[in-house]
Design a protein around this ligand. Structure first.
Ligand SMILES: Cc1ncc(COP(=O)(O)O)c(C=O)c1O
Length: 383
């Protein structure tokens, strides 16, 4: 049975023995194997010293991106690794100019805040930021969003799964409109990757960014940037460094001669320990397969929704399966205090203002954990 196969993975995640861990939309559990990979990094540094660069470290970004590629529905050699989403978005933004008539950046008001902060910064170079409001705080107003994309639009950064409500956006429909008017779509896949099946190539997304902290169980410092392969070689990112040079060890000065995709989008020295630590989570997610993870996730989030509805709690998550990512957001009075009380009882979740308590089961969670969390929540709120 699929569930039994998945539950066998519990032994690989030590934290599951110590608490009810339901916070994988924030920080996925660390695989046991990660410690071995980090030890391998330390041993290589210790025993091989500077020779490590030419014995694997220099290529570790491309190699890590290639383990990730099938999870995102991307071809090999299309992903470069960076510190985080913000850095990756900065590299994307630096591929364009904001001087002519095409200078609009269209975003939803429901976007993750740092996407707003980063692109706002480009208004000093002429970018015109357009926020599309949503009357419903849970859902993107898709038609209104699509209507805002026009011939003056250069970029459309958009989350695949909204961080506050877990609503899944229709990337394909947005790409379709953007391409019709010559704009580029930047998918922020962070809240989707590893939990929701993705097809970046099939969606014809121009760019995708994300990190490894959440559903990918890869830890911090391993952000990624996907660039559509037929677009990549035409782009000239400004925010790059020596690792983006076609022959970095020539140490040629002056203007860069760009490497091919994906190194073309690199900055400097790769974030080697983070890339070692990301590997185990990617391998496990790829081995299980996102469709199997999704099937389990839908069953567990449905159980959460049913328990929340039975208790009369307000839900700030879509109840339709095809609209909902991996988390469930439950709005209760004094949410922050209740969240703290749950955490004090060993039920690890989180709270976001204007949203509620976010609960996120992953493939390693059980029905019993869901029931325990919901019973405790009910007792805390209702008594
Ligand atoms: C959708 C989304 N984008 C971006 C981020 C932040 O990314 P980073 O810290 O890698 O810049 C988060 C973090 O929670 C997120 O949920």
């Amino acid at each position: 049975m699929v569930t039994d196969d998945l539950l066998r993975w519990r032994a690989e995640f030590p934290i599951l023995d110590t608490c009810t861990y339901l916070v994988s939309h924030s920080l996925g559990a660390m695989p046991r194997r990660t410690a071995a990979y980090l030890q391998q990094f330390a041993d290589t540094w210790s025993n091989r010293g500077v020779r490590a660069w030419h014995e694997g470290w220099w290529e570790v970004g491309r190699e890590t991106g290639n383990i990730l590629a099938p999870i995102l529905g991307a071809a090999p050699d299309t992903i470069s690794m960076h510190q985080n989403v913000t850095v990756a978005q900065g590299i994307v933004a630096s591929c364009f100019t904001y001087e002519g008539s095409r200078r609009k950046i269209v975003m939803s008001d429901l976007e993750f805040p740092s996407n707003h902060y980063l692109f706002e910064g480009f208004s000093r170079y002429g970018a015109e930021i357009v926020y599309v409001p949503s009357t419903d705080p849970i859902r993107l107003d898709l038609q209104r969003f699509i209507d805002a994309i026009d011939e003056r639009t250069v970029l459309v950064p958009l989350s695949l799964v909204l961080f506050r409500s877990a609503f899944i956006t229709d990337i394909r429909a947005v790409v379709e409109k953007a391409h019709r008017v010559g704009a580029h779509v930047v998918v922020d896949a962070y809240q989707g990757a590893g939990a929701v099946p993705m097809d970046l190539a099939g969606w014809e997304a121009d760019f995708a960014v994300g990190g490894s902290v959440k559903w990918l169980c890869g830890g911090p410092g391993a952000g990624y940037l996907y660039v559509r392969p037929d677009l990549a070689d035409r782009l000239r990112p400004a925010f790059i460094g020596w690792a983006a040079h076609e022959s970095p060890f020539e140490f040629a000065t002056g203007a860069v001669r760009y490497a091919a995709n994906p190194e073309r989008f690199q900055s400097g020295t790769p974030n080697v320990p983070s890339l070692y630590s990301a590997r185990a989570g990617y391998e496990i997610v790829a081995e299980i397969g996102v469709p199997a993870i999704r099937q389990r996730s839908l069953a567990l989030t449905r159980r959460l929704l049913d328990a929340a509805s039975a208790a009369g709690f307000r839900l700030n998550t879509p109840t339709a399966d095809d609209e909902r990512g991996g988390s469930v957001v439950i709005d209760v009075p004094n949410g922050q205090t209740v969240a703290d009380q749950l955490i004090a009882r060993g039920i690890v979740i989180d709270y976001r203002p204007n949203a509620g308590i976010r609960i996120a089961p992953h493939f390693y969670n059980t029905e019993a954990e869901i029931d325990h969390a919901m019973e405790t929540l009910r007792n805390l709120v209702i008594g």
